[in-house]
Design a protein around this ligand. Structure first.
Ligand code: ATP
Length: 213
């Protein structure tokens, strides 16, 4: 996924904790644990996916830009075909992103504004890479994971080899860049049980900040 473009997103007024981390660092695992505690999680991967699902709001623009051949019979973007096309043509990738990124920005801003919970936690995989989202959130929470653990987990989950996982990681921000952008860090090197105390501590902290936000 490419960096989001929030240029036309409204500034968020609720107390927001932007959650990010490298591929397979544990963003979803951690976000689910915050959701269990009444936090409104906004999943930007899901938002991006819905844009190009049947009747998604990006479909008309994609049809106009790329033609009927890229829309399947069910009315969704033909992901496989588009993936192959943009892989072979960087300009096509830019054209697709010019459609999708502003829509992801506005839809994410809308979801944040409508969210119900103690506070809002948008999950943005490429938050640090985008550069623009950082000042829009009250706190930035980074899920940190040592590279070897990260690689092992992604290899296991996605049936990829180490070279493939490293290629994805090389296209993302470094661990150091993410840590520099972080207000708060959750370390996810050990088992899932090691997450609960860290989440309890941060959730209590965020609740106290949200109360006077
Ligand atoms: P992606 O960037 O691909 O969306 P992610 O950052 O959301 O990934 P998860 O999907 O939460 O990461 O975790 C990646 C994989 O590692 C999953 O299979 C998950 O079950 C596993 N995992 C996450 N945290 C732990 C942990 N502490 N112990 C063991 N397995 C874990």
């Amino acid at each position: 996924m490419s960096p989001l473009s929030p240029s036309d997103a409204k500034p968020s007024t609720p107390f927001t904790v932007g959650l990010t981390g490298g591929i397979g660092s544990g963003k979803t695992t951690v976000a689910d644990l915050f959701a269990e505690r009444g936090v409104a999680v906004v999943d930007t991967d899901l938002i991006a996916h819905q844009l190009t699902a049947p009747n998604g709001i990006a479909i008309a623009a994609i049809r106009a830009e790329f033609g009927d051949a890229f829309i399947d019979t069910g009315g969704a973007m033909d992901r496989k075909k588009m993936r192959e096309y943009v892989f072979s043509d960087p300009l096509a990738k830019q054209r697709l992103e010019a459609i999708l990124h502003p829509l992801i920005g506005t839809e994410t801003a809308r979801a944040i504004a409508q969210a119900n919970g103690h506070y809002v936690m948008p999950v943005i995989p490429l938050l640090v890479e985008s550069g623009k989202w950082q000042q829009r959130f009250t706190r930035i929470l980074v899920i940190d994971c040592d590279e070897q653990t990260q690689i092992q987990r992604v290899m296991q989950r996605n049936a990829m080899n180490e070279t493939q996982v490293r290629a994805i990681m090389a296209a993302q921000a470094t661990r150091q860049q993410r840590l520099e952008a972080a207000d708060d860090v959750i370390v996810n090197n050990a088992g899932v049980d090691a997450l609960a105390p860290q989440i309890e501590r941060l959730h209590a902290f965020y609740m106290s900040l949200a109360a006077c936000h």
